[in-house]
Design a protein around this ligand. Structure first.
Ligand code: NAI
Length: 332
């Protein structure tokens, strides 16, 4: 019999969690044989809403879902967790400066980093979804020094999935025929969705996406801008941010980290930079990674054109600025 693992989801009463929790309970993230205990963290005013979410989880009648505990106490939520989805964050309100948003979130991720440090398993895998996701992941790791830095990641998988779908639509193939797109950098409008090494497989051939599309101008402008602004486009249409697709991407990210990537395929994750590709160390930067035995490795040796380099520099500079702003808040 496989022992249940504890999995925490923060922001558990919110809209991303609402889609994510079903995937976790159904076994599509940790596998069909892995029972889970869910720890649902939100803030005190949301406890009533959370009760409703717990009722619905019971009513799913899914056998992998064992114990479910809603709480507003990080000490309880993070106890012995093997995986953490940090979804809850302070949303940006109208007129709020990026600095203010960062300041509010630094506080949240400091508290949660500290709770992970004290109560979680030392091999816990942490995925930060709440924005600004990359810098929140950095702060969280900073306050959890007893857990390896490699265990803290930020989500850029939604950007990868968006890019994959856009390229497949342009070529006219099913979405799963396109692979090895890279999202570099920050989960923000400076991110660089890069199709330079992506490939497309049809029934008769495998070829570079760049050759299949044969329109460098489109790839270097429209494609990049569409992916960079896709989140804003969803908000403009739905009046709420991406939730179903964000939850699916969070599940994809953790599943690949837990169960491994497919042969000859890579995925993008925000990870603490080790200096690969000349990126400054100690920022959480999205790189192409492969995963085996629950350990990711940054894919090495991809060629970087001058165009790509200029994009990498912009997004790295933004992350360095965010880190500096976060450090200022922490010093106060
Ligand atoms: P939401 O507003 O529906 O839910 C957020 C929940 O977090 C709320 O229930 C709130 O009470 C809770 N929360 C706030 N502070 C908390 C704390 N200290 N501890 C625990 N819970 C707390 O928001 P939604 O749509 O679920 O989005 C969540 C986050 O994900 C946002 O920051 C959003 O910007 C981000 N996001 C990130 C994406 C990515 O690709 N990385 C994509 C889409 C959204």
């Amino acid at each position: 019999m496989v022992e249940a693992i504890n999995v925490v989801v923060t922001g558990a009463a919110g809209q991303i969690a609402y889609s994510l929790l079903y995937q976790l309970a159904a076994g599509s993230v940790f596998g069909p044989d892995q029972p889970i205990n869910l720890r649902l963290l939100d803030i005190p005013p949301m406890m009533k809403v959370l009760d409703g979410v717990v009722m619905e989880l019971e009513d799913l009648a899914l056998p992998l879902l064992r114990d479910v505990q809603p709480t507003a106490d990080p000490a309880k939520a993070f106890k012995d967790v093997a995986a953490a989805f940090l979804v809850g964050a302070m949303p940006r309100k109208e007129g709020m400066e990026r600095k203010d948003l960062l300041a509010a979130n630094v506080e949240i991720f400091k508290v949660q980093g500290d709770a992970l440090n004290k109560y979680a398993r030392k091999d816990v895998k942490v995925l930060v979804v709440g924005n600004p996701a990359n810098t929140n992941a950095l702060i969280c790791s900073h306050y959890a020094p007893s857990i390896p830095k490699e265990n803290f990641t930020a989500m850029t998988r939604l950007d990868q999935n968006r890019a994959q779908a856009a390229l497949a639509a342009r070529i006219g193939v099913q979405v799963d025929k396109v692979k090895n797109i890279t999202i570099w950098g920050n989960h923000s409008s400076t991110q660089f969705p890069d199709a330079a090494h992506a490939i497309v497989t049809t029934s008769t051939s495998t070829k570079p996406v760049v050759a299949a599309i044969n329109d460098e101008q489109w790839l270097n402008t429209t494609f990049i801008e569409t992916i960079q602004k896709r989140g804003a486009a969803v908000i403009a249409a739905r009046k709420m941010s991406s939730a179903m697709s964000a939850a699916k991407a969070a599940g994809d990210h953790m599943r690949d980290w837990w169960l491994g990537t497919k042969p000859n395929e890579w995925v993008s994750m925000g990870v603490v930079s080790d200096g690969s590709y000349g990126i400054p160390k100690d920022i959480v930067f999205s790189f192409p990674v492969t995963v085996q035995k629950k350990q990711y490795k940054i894919v090495q040796g991809l060629s970087i054109s001058d165009f790509a380099r200029s994009k990498l520099n912009v997004t790295a500079a933004e992350l360095e600025e965010e880190r500096a702003e976060a450090n200022n808040v922490l010093k106060k």
